[in-house]
Design a protein around this ligand. Structure first.
Ligand code: HEC
Length: 121
């Protein structure tokens, strides 16, 4: 009897452990920090970062034809999570920037893009 109980307990526990690990986020999941209010200084730093790492494809001051590369002047400003995910993991012909940007750099880029280059600050 006791052996049966222990066996049932072990089975229950192993099922529990498996269910727990199935719930762990996969490597593609992106952690998005809480939003902070934008400042002129953030937008300026975002502009510099953009011209160092993004403008070669997205165009100076985000100006491009939008035919093969996304026109960031039209990026929906309420889709902050999508911005973080696409920049972190890459998308289509855009490379992943995972590990390539300093912590906080994506938020600076976001402040630049979401304020339309500072015009809507
Ligand atoms: C090598 C060229 C290249 C570089 C460098 C690049 N991008 Fe892109 N980016 C693209 C292309 C191409 C797309 C369109 C991807 C698609 O939809 O297939 C894109 C799309 C995007 C999108 C829209 C993704 C979506 O969710 O639809 C965002 C946001 C973006 N880029 C931000 C950035 C930022 C910020 C940087 C700089 C850190 C950057 N990109 C650097 C080529 C580039």
């Amino acid at each position: 009897m006791i052996r049966f109980v222990l066996c049932a307990l072990a089975l229950t526990l192993s099922g529990f452990v498996r269910a727990q690990s199935a719930g762990t986020p996969d490597a593609q999941a992106v952690s998005v920090p809480p939003a902070t209010p934008f400042t002129a200084e953030m937008v300026e730093k975002g502009r510099e970062q953009f011209h160092r790492t993004c403008a070669q494809c997205h165009g100076r001051n985000m100006v491009n034809s939008g035919t093969t590369v996304y026109d960031l002047r039209k990026f929906p400003t309420e889709q902050r999570d999508r911005f973080y995910t696409s920049v972190t993991n890459g998308k289509g012909n855009m490379p992943s920037f995972k590990g390539a940007l300093e912590p906080g750099a994506i938020e600076l880029l976001w402040s630049y893009v979401a304020t339309r280059g500072g015009k809507e600050l």
